[in-house]
Design a protein around this ligand. Sequence first.
Ligand code: PLP
Length: 402
Amino acid sequence: MSGGGDEGKQHGKRTLAIHAGVDHTKGNRPSAPDIVMSSTFVVDEQVSFSANNLDDDTPWMYTRWGNPTTNELEAKLAALESAEAGIAFASGMAATTALLFHVLGQGDHIVISNTNYPGTAEFARDTLSRYGVEATAVNTTNLDNVRAAMRPETKLIWLETPSNPLLQIADIAGASAIAKEYGALLAVDSTFATPVATRPIELGADFVVHSLTKFLGGHGDAMGGSVCGSAEHLAGLRSEGLSHLGGVISPFNAWLIIRGLATLDLRMRAHEENALALAKFLEAHPRVERVIYPGLESHPQHALAAKQMDNFSGMLSFRVADSDALAERMMKKLSVIHYAVSLGHHRSLVYLMKSEDLAHTSYALEGDELKAYLDTAGDGLFRLSAGIENTADLIDDLDQVL
Ligand code: PLP
């Protein structure tokens, strides 16, 4: 943000969510963001055709390399994450895979949480191994496990906090200290937290990754992903991970997500308020065996969550004895909450995350780790993404299916 007589002033995050990435020095311009739906740009100078020669001064030339609407979104994301730079991608998985392919190469090693978002877990185990990258999956709630897994060739530590769907919290500052000690980098998937709750770069992470499809877009209508970090790291990621791998976001989706970001802070308060109310309702319900929400004192890492999160976010998980029967009833009877995957939308969503899928297939847990997962999750956890509807309507809807 520049111009308008406020040069040098530090703006708050709510202001930045609306104004960052907009050139305030231009006079006669639209007040609302433009959508530039053009794949190519008329140039008045010869521009290199190689993405390797891209720099901050390269004019817009082709949307896979850069686009005004997408660049505005990227500036807003960087401002919210206290990062030097940001890159938007077509989806969270496009962001994740681009970063992993960019940072890691043959002979490298990655230490990764053993209960990541399934797409990330499966990519690390099944795909990276084909490119000569070894992954060690550990329970990252205990940093001793991370330290024990570090090797001279470890290039990256990957955390997801809170994690999907166990809502485990990993200590970002502690993991950053380990990464620095071993000369490795730290990436954090902060999709469940959002920058309203946690800003991993401020805690020492090198990269923060988001599925923008979730809370940041916030309305369930646009897919997107992002990576924020230092300008130096992101320059290489833009040419290799974005331009060459090609997972570029549509400017229309970037525009929708810009619109979502303007209300992120307000929405996160409503998500948190509803999630806490639902978590307390479920915890008191006789049919519910277990509720996991970082904002509850019963959460095993409530103290770390309170330290690392300014908002406990809108995600909770719960378990009942006969989960298949409840899932069936939810599909037929829920009237406000949608029985659907995804999360972070204005609309509440619930879905049964079955342990036979996650623990065995996606995470491939064994031994004590498998036992610990099943002790917590049983046959499966209902992952509930609390929306921003009236709290009483959500409680009534859950009550009538339970
Ligand atoms: N990371 C987390 C924590 C997620 O929950 C998801 C999707 O559910 C992703 C990454 C992938 O994002 P996308 O679906 O936008 O590719």
